[in-house]
Each structure stands twice: as C-alpha cells, then as structure tokens.
Design a protein around this ligand. Structure first.
Ligand code: SF4
Ligand code: SF4
Length: 457
C-alpha cells in the first residue's frame, strides 16, 4: 500500500519498563473509585455507607446508554460516598472502600451467557470495560454496530506510541492468549472478516508475539508500522493500516473500521470466560523522579501515592506528576488521585524534566503544521484564539485537534500550542452551547406564542 508521508514526530521512547512483567501491589488500606471513569454519563451508585462489598460486586450501575458500570476492586466496607475533585477540575461522586485485606470475590461472579450479537454486547457492557488505552469510551457502545456489513476491518491497536508507557506492550507479551480469544469473539459476533493488529516496528518482541498468534488464526494479519508518534491515534492508525480516512465529524465506522485497544480486547475476553469484571489495571509507573520504575497490577481506586510507594517512592522531589504519558498526559496537583479504568501509566518527573522553557515569539517556521498528523495549522489556531475569533477557529477545524502534542513538541519557540488548542476547542464548544440555548429559547417562545394564539381562536 503506497500511502502519503505520515505526519507526526519521533519522540524519545524511554520504554524503561518494557521488559518488566507486571507485579501485583499489596492490597491498599482503602480505594476511592470515581463514578466517571469513562466518557458519557456518570455511573449511579447502588451502595451506601456501611455496606459490605466483595471484589467484583457492582457498586454503581451505568448512568445511561453511553456509560459504564463500576465494580468493587477490594473486599471491605463502604466508608464514604462523597464528591472528589477530579483531574479535570470538576467534582465527581466517588465511593471509598476500606479494605479488609481478604480480597474475597463476590459470590455472584459467573461467566455471562453469550450466544449471539446482542448477548455479546450486553456482556461487554456488564464487564465495565471502557477504552483502556486512555480514551475511556464505553466499549459496548463502540462495538454495538447496527449494521455489521459496514465493518471492513477490525483494527487491534497495539501501537503504544507515548514515551514511557508499556502496559499494552506487556499485554501483547503476557496476555497474547487473551487477545486471541478476544479476536475470536469479534470474528464470531461482529463477523469481522479482516482483523489487523497494528504495532510500531520498534517493538519487535510484540510483533513476533502477535505474528505467532495470527499464524494460528484465519483472517488475522499483523502490520509493523513506522515508529512515529502518534501512531496509536485512532484516525492515524486507521489510515496507516487501511488507507482509509475518517471524514470530518464522522466515526471510524464511516471509514469501515472498528478500532479496539489490545488491552481492552483482552479484558473483554477475560470477563466473558471468567465473569470477573474490570477491577484492576496494569499501570506503568515511571519518570525521572521514581526510584524503581515498574509495571504494577493495581486495584482500580488505589491512590497514585500507593503505587509510587510500591515503586520505592521518589528518588528526587517530583516537579510534575502525570496521569498517562508525557505527550498527552494530564498533570495532577497531588498524588492522592486514584488509578482509574483508563489509567495506563502514572509518571513523576523531577524538577528539571518538569520545567517548561519560556515561550518566545512565533518565527513562522511551519514546523507545527508539518508535524500535525491531522494537517491542522496550530500557529494559525493560536492566532485566531488570541483574537477570540470563533468563526476563524471553526474554519481552521480547531475542534478536530486530538491534543497529541506533536506541534508543541517540534515548536522551536516552545509555544504552548496544545494548551491553546484545548482552550480554542472550549471556546467553540461554549459558542455552540450559547447558540443552541438561544435557538431553544426562540423555539420555546414561538411554541408558547402559537399555543396562546390557538387558545384565543
Ligand atoms: S494541532 Fe492538535 S492534532 Fe495537530 S499536532 Fe497539535 S495537538 Fe496534535
Ligand atoms: S512551530 Fe512554533 S515557531 Fe514554528 S510556526 Fe509553529 S508556532 Fe510558530
């Protein structure tokens, strides 16, 4: 397949933990589990303070169609149900469970009955699995395709392109069997004829492990992709594996593709075979301030600090702590924040690595445009945002920005391009909301007027 040159950047890999099989941390004294560990409506709590819970027991049901249930990750007692400050800056309900240290499994754990497509989707929904590569989108919604004939290719995302992060790498090396079982489920229930496992070529052990898996299956191929960031971005991966472009404002399915992260797929297969829903995560713990980087198997809701402690604590004062990798990760103000369903890494950077250089004036070099995988114009978006010109931001398709950070990474003037893009997207969203509110108000007024006129007649 001859495709045009892929935009993106070569980032340092720093995959220090790639050869480290995950190790299980001790059960923490308590876990705090938020109700919004996914995109969509928050889950609705079904337990109360004082309740005894066991591992895998439902503590919150899905709060809508685009939502996901939440399960207890430790056995013990519900100690607190309260609002907690999330990394987004918003408050969200969270359930704190005091662990009894026993990790007793819930007696209701049983493999779901999966016999056809609807029961498969129900099982995926009940598993509590969401996009585990970081996206957090409820997987049942993603896989709940109305017209299965639309699916030309199912792409298994093994492109773990963020520096440091190796949790998917470990899934491909340690859990290949579960990925294989997941693929068999997709072939059976999504009628997936073509399955492509996409991995960057700089992960030869993963390519080899997946080739061995594919060799024993039909309709499964492995594509070794250029080691360029953001190879794991959904649209980028679809383009590089199928040559198809997801149209603006459309979904991968509109390009005939369904993309699923390899760890997400393995988690679904585990649930369908064992009945144990998503209650723990493999989290890469790394960064220049961490004493002993590791891949850690952590119960969902364990505090970042508990994971750092398990990794020997800090060898120097952290200047920045991140959820996720250094390109797309979210900085947090303290280490009390919990491991969530979509947490694949937590990083602590020392003061030196955390210090950002002072931005200087844009020199119009065009490097940001050249690096952007979506062919956006970050410098022009920044200029339009500074003038609060929403129409111009729309014309520049600022809302398409996937916040990958390539533009800021290459910018010689160290402009804060990603942060500005986030603000620009917020400005467009606020303008859309204001316009919708105004349209709703006018429609309501017109309806009331028509009603009054009808009453007079
Ligand atoms: S404009 Fe957005 S999508 Fe393009 S490189 Fe920058 S952050 Fe990535
Ligand atoms: S890379 Fe930086 S300096 Fe170059 S055009 Fe973009 S914003 Fe300006």
């Amino acid at each position: 397949m001859n495709l045009p040159k892929l935009h993106g950047v070569h980032v340092p890999h720093r995959k220090n933990t790639a050869d480290m099989a995950p190790v299980r941390m001790p059960v923490p004294p308590s876990v705090t589990i938020p109700m919004n560990m996914h995109i969509g409506a928050p889950a609705e709590c079904v337990v109360k303070v004082g309740d005894t819970v066991k591992v895998g027991q439902l503590i919150a049901k899905a709060g809508g169609f685009v939502s996901s249930p939440v399960y207890a990750s430790v056995s013990g007692k519900v100690k607190k149900i309260d609002d907690m400050l999330m990394s987004s800056g918003r408050f969200m309900k969270a359930v704190t469970i005091e662990s009894d240290g026993e990790q007793t499994p819930f007696e209701g754990i049983a493999p779901p009955a999966v016999t056809d497509f609807p029961s498969f989707i129900n099982a995926v929904r009940d598993s509590g699995v969401v996009g585990l590569g970081g996206a957090g989108f409820p997987t049942a919604v993603k896989l709940g395709v109305k017209d299965l004939s639309q699916i030309q290719a199912v792409i298994i995302n093994g492109a773990e392109c963020e520096p440091y992060v190796t949790s998917d790498t470990r899934t491909m090396l340690d859990d290949a069997e579960w990925i294989g079982k997941g693929i068999a489920l997709l072939q059976k229930y999504l009628l997936a004829k073509r399955v492509v496992i996409g991995i960057e070529s700089n992960k030869p052990q993963c390519v080899k492990a997946m080739q061995a898996l594919a060799g024993g299956m039909t309709g499964v191929e492995v594509m070794a992709l250029p080691p360029l960031y953001p190879q794991g971005g959904e649209k980028v991966l679809i383009y590089n594996t199928t040559g198809r472009i997801v149209p603006e404002g459309k979904l991968p399915l509109d390009a005939g593709a369904v993309v699923i992260n390899c760890t997400t797929l393995a988690a679904i297969a585990k649930y369908i075979e064992t009945g144990m829903p998503l209650v723990e995560k493999v989290v890469t713990v790394d960064g220049s301030a961490v004493a002993e980087p590791k891949n850690v198997i952590a119960p969902i809701g364990a505090s970042m600090q508990a994971l750092f402690d398990f990794c020997g604590g800090f060898k120097s004062d952290p200047g920045k702590v991140l959820y996720g990798g250094p390109m797309m990760g979210i900085a947090v103000p303290n280490t009390d924040f919990p491991v969530m369903k979509n947490t694949n890494a937590i990083l602590a950077m020392d003061e030196k690595d955390a210090t950002l250089p002072e931005p200087t004036a844009c020199i119009r070099c065009g490097s940001c445009v050249d690096a952007c995988p979506l062919r956006l114009m970050p410098a022009a978006i920044e200029a339009a945002y500074n003038k609060r010109n929403v129409d111009k931001l729309r014309a520049l398709h600022a809302n398409l920005c996937m916040e990958c950070g390539c533009c800021a990474f290459v910018c010689p003037a160290k402009r804060m391009l990603v942060q500005t893009n986030k603000l620009a997207k917020g400005l467009i969203a606020a303008d859309n909301a204001a316009k919708k509110a105004e349209a709703d108000r006018k429609a309501k007024e017109a309806a009331e007027k028509a009603e009054k006129e009808a009453a007079v007649k």
